[in-house]
Write a protein that binds this ligand. Structure first.
Ligand SMILES: *Cc1c(COP(=O)(O)O)cnc(C)c1O
Length: 455
């Protein structure tokens, strides 16, 4: 039987800096606009939401930003994360391709999200913040921020999309174990939540709604700030430890990926693995094809418009230019809750527009089938979100089999699925359906995009 191969780095290989791809972009990123005035925001406009060091990272064009030593000391608990060669999967597929995966499920919360949760908690603590509010979809982000709150001594309040809150009681227990408070969103605790419930008392919630609630709570109190788990530049940058380590590990393997693949919700784990490889290419170095994989039921990159939009339903966040399905769009319920967001990280969107990223979309049942095949071969049950990357990696490997080409594929296994076994049970019982988004609702949400002078 094929042996599984592991490329382990040692502690000294934990990156000393985050990589900021803004320094290497062909075009400067479009400005972030104030939701009221439509004018570019300055750092002070964002101060009610974020600590100043995070704001400066958000607008930075420096190529490298140093990772504080105290934070690297926490990363040491699980970083560098392992890179595996998936030999048994290659054998099962009978492909000449080589498949590698970077495994972020070894973090204490089981996904890549602590890479940024801990960084955000660190800077908030440093600037005297006492409480953080946030939203969570499937629960991974809330879990990661809850963990970070426990490590750095911050109170954490999580608004969890109601459908997940009801489906995933263990997620809530996990967050509460770390001392966080968790509310089902929409809730009656905020004006935004009350307005949504007035219109639709049975609303099952969305990330856009939960963000509105978390932002509203944060701006109400001086000792409270807000933390976002994806989309924004600083969040994507914090994840680049993944790709920087992967580059070293590919070199250890004496190999280089022809393809780098990641699943995309708001773009953070994708950016984490892909941006260091894209940067290498943009600086004239080694080339790699970059594949972003999204759910066909929430196809932001493949069916959305590249336009200014709000990050939330109640239109409280700044406007960013990104691929969007419209802030009022509520995707159908499917099991990769972490991918159910109407927008996409502006940097991922821009790189897609500039042709550096090839997006593709898959339905959930084919992704679960890929996840089951991966689990049988490699012994890890992937998160439903990660299954999108698994599916694309398997498809690329099967293309190689058909064409007889020996390509190297690297994908990010962004997390494990051990809190998501109900979705696997449903899949195996044949209960999962491939729902399409509603075309009319999408058209309506896109028609409602804000009109912005800067476009
Ligand atoms: C949250 C999550 C995602 C999607 O979010 P991104 O910001 O796009 O990475 C993907 N995989 C896992 C395991 C997640 O927890």
């Amino acid at each position: 039987m094929a042996k599984q191969v592991k490329y382990n780095l040692s502690e000294k290989d934990i990156p000393k800096d985050w990589y900021n791809i803004v320094a290497d972009l062909k075009n400067p990123p479009p400005p972030v606009l104030h939701p009221g005035t439509g004018q570019p925001v300055g750092p002070d406009d964002l101060a009610p939401l974020f600590p100043m060091e995070i704001i400066m990272q958000e607008v930075s064009a420096e190529r490298y930003i140093e990772i504080p030593k105290a934070l690297r000391d926490v990363y040491r608990q699980w970083r560098p994360s392992p890179l595996h060669r998936a030999r048994r999967l290659e054998q099962a597929l009978d492909t000449p391709a080589k498949i590698y995966y970077k495994y972020e499920g070894v973090s204490p919360a089981g996904s890549h999200k602590p890479n940024t949760a801990l960084a955000q908690a660190f800077y908030n603590k440093k600037e005297g913040v006492k409480r953080l509010t946030t939203e969570t979809g499937a629960g991974q982000w809330g879990s990661s921020l809850a963990l970070a709150g426990a490590f750095f001594g911050l109170e954490v309040e999580v608004f969890m999309v109601k459908i997940s809150y009801n489906q995933k009681p263990y997620r809530r227990a996990f967050m509460e174990t770390f001392g966080a408070t968790c509310h089902a969103s929409p809730s009656t605790l905020t004006e935004a939540g009350k307005a949504i419930l007035k219109e639709n008392p049975d609303s099952t919630g969305s990330l856009g709604m939960a963000i509105s609630e978390a932002v509203e709570r944060a701006v109400q109190r001086d000792d409270t700030k807000y933390a976002l788990g994806s989309v924004l530049n600083h969040v994507l940058m914090h994840q680049t430890v993944i790709g920087q380590e992967a580059i070293k590990q590919m070199e250890m393997a004496d190999d280089w990926p022809d393809y780098v693949v990641g699943s995309t919700g708001g773009g953070s784990n994708f950016a984490g693995i892909a941006f260091p490889f894209i940067g290498e290419k943009l600086r004239g170095g080694r080339k790699t094809d970059i594949v972003a994989v999204e759910p066909a039921a929430c196809p932001t990159l493949t069916k959305g418009r590249y336009a200014y939009d709000f990050g939330d339903t109640a239109q409280m966040t700044p406007l960013v230019k990104m691929h969007t399905l419209g802030a009022s769009f509520v995707p159908p319920g499917f099991h990769a809750g972490g991918l159910r967001y109407h927008g996409m990280g502006p940097l991922v969107s821009q790189l897609t527009e500039e042709g550096e990223v090839q997006p593709r979309a898959y339905h959930q049942t084919e992704c679960f089938a890929a996840g089951v095949a991966f689990a049988k071969a490699e012994g890890i049950v992937p998160a439903p979100e990660s299954n999108h990357a698994v599916k694309a990696a398997i498809d690329l490997a099967l293309d190689c089999k058909r064409d007889g080409t020996k390509k190297t594929i690297l994908f990010n296994l962004s997390g494990h699925g051990y809190f998501d076994m109900q979705s696997y049970a449903d899949f195996m019982a044949g209960k999962l359906k491939d729902e399409d988004f509603n075309q009319d609702e999408l058209a309506m949400a896109l028609a409602g995009l804000p009109k912005v002078a800067a476009e």
